[in-house]
Design a binder for this molecule. Structure first.
Ligand SMILES: Cc1cc2nc3c(=O)[nH]c(=O)nc-3n(C[C@H](O)[C@H](O)[C@H](O)COP(=O)(O)OP(=O)(O)OC[C@H]3O[C@@H](n4cnc5c(N)ncnc54)[C@H](O)[C@@H]3O)c2cc1C
Ligand code: FES
Length: 366
């Protein structure tokens, strides 16, 4: 297999990259941090400049990397493979308080696969050896070829805390027609199956050097990386400031791990506040079912967030879930006087978003 040398400026670091390997993959496996988020050519977070050499742009979305940008020598390292020795210049934004763990391949065994909410499954995988990661990061799963369809990679955020290095939990939402979800996690996958994963990936991490009030907002399975952050902060004492979690679901049937978060809020009353938000169920309906209506907030996560705070100045925002929700929460936070630099986001882009161009935010540099 032919390989080429990729030089990353301004670091001056060199890595070997096989001709069928993405530049991002080669860098992350060799401990060279490049900014990235989706790792499938949709979000444009990784955009860099080719200073010298030739690349194949691979599966880069035409929206994330437009034709004129390709002509100007821009590249998405998460999709691009080298066709010669290459020099790239990347916008490297390293937070010194966040440890960088190289990406590696692992094999795991599915030890739990259970329905935890409407169209939502908990997938627990026991790895063959320990992995180190930051709270908030994700793994890439190889969805095996089946029914004449080729193997594909899919990304799911780790819901368990970094202290648990062998047994990792994931929360997966069913996407109708989806290769990874309908066909696999909600289809053929069973307990005992062996799975191939790689990681850790992503820059959506709990900034443990911080002690600001962390306002965490998750829609649906967007709660997964936030659960990892909350557990890491509270049980390992990894974060100095208070945390508030807004977890959104249409009705109570769409929320999960409510008891876990309620227990944490009870055990850490000065550190952790839990706000489960119901967008399609009213206070009267909750009361009529015999449940305590005061245990929930009513409206979308952004409605509740907006009503709860006069100002978010001095806080740090962590937003995760469907791209439209993340964008709405971002705008709400900015309206409450939080700057984009104080807001971290993870958009759960899928193949449909990639084909449609995702959600373009004029408000924040990806
Ligand atoms: C960083 C990151 C972390 C994530 N973490 C999580 C998580 O913790 N939990 C979670 O549930 N999800 C998460 N996601 C989303 C996840 O990666 C998958 O996108 C999601 O699970 C759907 O995968 P799928 O293979 O089932 O669907 P896909 O195969 O991606 O299909 C999605 C939809 O698009 C349609 N489609 C497929 N191809 C095209 C096309 N070319 N044009 C138009 N439409 C098309 C399909 O029919 C389907 O309706 C995350 C995403 C990212 C980027
Ligand atoms: S990480 Fe490269 S486009 Fe998203």
């Amino acid at each position: 297999m032919t390989s080429y040398t990729v030089t990353v400026e301004p670091l001056g670091r060199e890595v070997e990259c096989a001709e069928d390997q993405t530049i991002l993959d080669a860098c992350l496996r060799n401990g060279v941090w490049l900014p990235h988020s989706c790792t499938h050519g949709t979000c444009a977070t990784c955009k860099a400049e080719v200073l010298d050499g030739d690349v194949d742009h691979g599966a880069s979305s035409a929206f994330a990397l437009m034709d004129f940008e390709r002509d100007e020598g821009k590249v998405l390292p998460c999709c691009a493979t080298p066709r010669s020795d290459v020099v790239i210049e990347a916008d490297i934004d390293v937070d010194e308080s966040v440890e960088v763990f190289p990406v590696e391949d692992y094999t795991g065994t599915v030890v739990e696969l259970s329905d935890i909410a409407e169209q939502t499954r908990r997938l627990v995988v026991e790895l063959d050896r320990e992995i180190r990661f930051n709270a908030g990061q994700y793994l890439k799963f190889t969805v095996p070829a089946a029914d004449g369809k080729p193997s594909v990679d899919r990304t799911w955020s780790i819901g368990s805390p970094p202290g648990e290095r062998l047994r990792l939990e994931f929360h997966v939402r069913l996407v109708p027609g989806g290769r990874g979800t309908e066909d696999w996690v909600f289809g053929s996958l069973v307990v005992g199956d062996r799975v191939a994963v790689s990681g850790p990936y992503g820059r959506f991490v709990l900034h443990t050097g911080d002690d600001r009030h962390a306002v965490l907002v998750g829609g649906g399975t967007g709660t997964a990386p936030l659960k990892s952050m909350v557990l890491h902060a509270l049980e390992a004492g990894a974060y100095g400031g208070p945390l508030t979690l807004y977890a959104g679901g249409r009705t109570r049937a769409w929320l999960y791990d409510v008891d876990v978060f309620r227990r944490l809020a009870k055990e850490h009353p000065d550190r952790f506040t839990y706000r489960p938000c119901l967008s399609e169920e009213t206070e009267a309906e909750v009361a009529a079912s015999g449940d305590d209506p005061s245990a929930y907030a009513y409206g979308t996560v952004t409605d509740v967030l907006a009503a709860d705070h006069e100002s978010l100045t001095g806080c740090a925002g962590y937003l995760c879930g469907p791209p439209a929700m993340v964008e709405a929460a971002l705008r709400t936070m900015m309206g409450k006087r939080l700057f984009p630099r104080d807001i971290y986001r993870e958009d759960f882009f899928n193949e449909a978003d990639k084909a449609a161009g995702g959600v373009k935010s004029p408000l924040i540099k990806r």
